[in-house]
Ligand binder design. Structure first.
Ligand code: SF4
Length: 473
């Protein structure tokens, strides 16, 4: 019988500088309020925040192992009926470079993955109205027939929301309709859902940047249905654009609330969010990337960022439909200025996610967007997992980020940070601990070559085991 789930309690009157409170947070005995989270994110110095996130991470994951997975990102179509302003990947169906992969191409990609010891495919695509339900069912059945050991982590919540629109399934409620589609995809071979399309949940931001993409309630409902069906999923956040700092905390708060609900309703051993991964917006080739940087005009120095003004009026979702045009001149530039996030902003946000999301097991470092060395540093800012060694990536690279690592380099980064690298599977079970002479990184004799290349170019490199691999989160 499942024990009753009891999350840690908030201590809203505690100061975030109180060592006793911080120790209780690190031990998992106290919970941050939204206001305390915002205070930590916006005012606590970076390394203090990192130290406490690291303490929390070590309390959960110990001091020895840090993990990674070998999977392949397969983007089965780039045709999409949404027009997210941060996206450089989507195409209209009549664009010359629009594509939908045929089954044989997808099967070939999975065979290449399996040949190098991969365990999972992360399969997502645009929201393509031309693909019927039978196309997905046929693909999943073929994948399971040809590659039964490969975990199929596929179809993010925005895709599911569009499946409901495209396939018109039976059901009295949105939740019923999602469940109807999800059960059929699961029976055909889908194992779990990735957390793509989370972006920022706050309505004012989401409506500006995610044109045609589902709202937060729908996103979270799809995941809740997956959890009730026993699946482990992940949640994501893309920040560092038009949002206020409070919007990041609000996003984490919604994930935490719905995770509480899943754990209460289904029990700890059943479906829930297993991981949270956040990364900064990548601007190249995107409409949003052409928006001016905040502060480029000296007159803006000393004024509040419009996203923060709007986030305050949004008030943690109390005023979901806040009209920013009524908030005065300060908010007039909302959506017309971006506040890009660099390495310290990334580490700060990731560290907060470790402390705030007390009910989520894994925090992943996003080396694909930030570069390997910032990803490595992330292991000291709350992350226990270096994400994926992947053979293919199409979405982030469309937006100008082309970091590329193979398994040996990923292991080396983990070992250089003071941990033993370990390969994991989708459910975070450890498959191989690399503590012996046969470890992938220990087959490389001359690391100076890799260092000279700064570990992140796409130039051909020595591939001691398997093949050279390009990657993203
Ligand atoms: S981010 Fe996804 S949903 Fe949005 S336009 Fe790009 S492919 Fe479509």
């Amino acid at each position: 019988m499942c024990s009753v789930y009891r999350p840690p309690q908030e201590e809203p009157n505690a100061s975030v500088e109180d060592l006793g409170f911080l120790r209780a947070l690190a031990a998992g005995h106290a919970r941050l309020s939204r206001e305390q989270g915002l205070e930590l994110l916006s005012r606590t110095n970076l390394h203090t925040l990192g130290r406490w996130a690291d303490a929390r991470c070590r309390a959960l994951h110990g001091d020895a192992l840090r993990t990674y997975i070998i999977d392949r990102n397969i983007n089965y179509t780039n045709v999409c009926n949404a027009k997210c302003t941060f996206c450089a990947f989507r195409r209209d169906s009549d664009d010359s470079d629009a594509y939908t992969l045929d089954y044989s191409k997808i099967i070939d990609k999975v065979a290449e993955l399996e040949a190098i010891g991969g365990t999972q495919i992360l399969m997502q695509g645009g929201m393509n109205p031309d693909l019927p339900l039978d196309w997905y069912l046929g693909l999943l059945r073929l994948l399971k027939e040809r590659h039964p050991k490969i975990h199929v982590h596929a179809f993010s919540p925005p895709e599911f929301v569009e499946f409901v629109h495209f396939f018109n399934p039976p059901g009295a409620t949105f939740e019923d309709k999602v469940r109807w589609v999800m059960l059929r995809l699961r029976d055909a071979g889908m194992d779990s859902l990735p957390g793509g399309g989370g972006e920022i949940f706050a309505g004012p931001v989401r409506r500006k940047i995610g044109l045609g993409k589902c709202d937060a309630e729908s996103w979270l409902t799809v995941m809740y249905v997956a959890h009730t069906l026993g699946m482990f999923t992940s949640a994501t956040m893309m920040f560092g654009h038009i949002e206020g700092y409070a919007d990041r905390v609000h996003h984490m708060w919604l994930v935490r609330e719905w995770q509480d609900r899943a754990l209460r309703d289904t029990g700890r051993g059943a479906g829930h969010y297993k991981a949270f991964i956040s990364w900064p917006f990548q601007r190249e080739n995107t409409p949003l990337g052409r928006v001016k940087d905040w502060g480029a005009d000296p007159a803006e120095t000393g004024r509040e960022f419009p996203g923060d003004t709007v986030a305050r009026a949004f008030n943690w979702g109390e005023h979901e439909d806040v009209d920013y045009r009524t908030l005065g001149p300060q908010a007039a530039e909302f959506g017309r200025r971006v506040r890009m996030a660099g390495a310290t902003e990334y580490l700060r946000t990731q560290a907060l996610s470790r402390l705030f999301l007390d009910n989520i097991y894994s925090i992943g470092a996003s080396w694909v967007t930030m570069g390997p060395h910032v990803g490595q540093l992330g292991l000291y800012y709350g992350a226990n997992d270096m994400g994926s060694v992947m053979m293919e990536e199409n979405v982030v690279s469309s937006a100008g980020t082309t970091y590329c690592l193979d398994e040996a380099v990923l292991c080396r980064l983990i070992r250089d940070a003071g941990f033993t690298p370990a390969q994991r599977n989708n459910t975070y079970d450890v498959l191989r601990i690399h503590d012996g002479a046969q470890s992938p990184d220990r087959q490389v004799t001359d690391w100076s070559r890799h260092r000279a290349r700064k570990l992140h170019t796409q130039a051909p490199r020595q591939a001691p085991v398997g093949v050279a691999i390009s990657a993203k989160k």
